[in-house]
Design a protein around this ligand. Structure first.
Ligand code: ATP
Ligand code: MG
Length: 187
């Protein structure tokens, strides 16, 4: 599951957990982006902070891991590169799945080397409040569309809440609340 994770929140975690159960996955690898190209104009927190928040949020789940491939590669992150790196790390016998929310799935056709991407991994689109989940615009590619419990949470909303002095308790894991405060993020 790729994401900016700025910060990681319970919407990400529920989506990952649901897909893991549904597809009987051995592992869910969270991959924080290096420089997200769709967000080049926005202010994104340092990669190390986003990486550490992702580690903190996933630490208690033995099936959740975090990969640094996108952060360590440097430059803008393209999912095709992420999938190639993971394929190399996990070997040709591994079945790769790419988990994405309805909003990101919507833009998938504009992603780099989209056909190769679909060859490398099975794409799983999950429901997200405020967005329609459909693959009508994705010709000839097999994508699984999965209903997950509706979590009307976004990282944007979490950042705005912190900036406004409002709590993010229970929207993000407790350790992430503490990390945001300790590092003075989003102020
Ligand atoms: P931002 O508001 O900064 O864009 P975000 O909440 O959308 O943050 P991202 O890191 O952009 O989080 O998302 C990573 C992936 O998680 C994307 O595929 C996105 O669609 C999915 N996702 C994010 N929030 C939810 C949610 N509440 N429910 C389901 N999927 C989600
Ligand atoms: Mg987003």
């Amino acid at each position: 599951m790729g994401g900016t994770f700025d910060p990681i929140h319970h919407g990400h975690l529920v989506a990952a957990s649901e897909v893991a159960v549904r597809f009987d996955l051995d592992e869910v690898v969270f991959v924080p982006t290096g420089q997200p190209w769709q967000k080049a104009d926005d202010k994104v927190s340092p990669a190390e902070d986003r990486y550490l928040m992702t580690v903190i949020a996933t630490a208690s789940n033995p099936r959740f891991t975090v990969s640094r491939v996108d952060i360590d590669r440097g430059g803008p992150t393209y999912t095709i590169d992420t999938l190639r790196d993971l394929r190399e790390l996990y070997g040709s016998a591994a079945d790769l799945f790419f988990i994405t929310g309805a909003d990101a799935l919507d833009k998938i056709l504009s992603w780099k080397e989209v056909d190769e991407m679909f060859a490398l991994a099975h794409f799983v689109g999950v429901t997200r409040p405020g967005f329609d989940l459909s693959d009508d615009h994705l010709p000839d590619h097999e994508i699984s569309l999965i209903q997950v419990p509706a979590m009307a949470i976004s990282s944007t909303d979490c950042r705005e809440r912190v900036a406004a002095g409002q709590p993010v308790w229970y929207l993000v894991p407790d350790g992430v609340v503490q990390y945001i405060a300790k590092r003075h993020l989003y102020l």
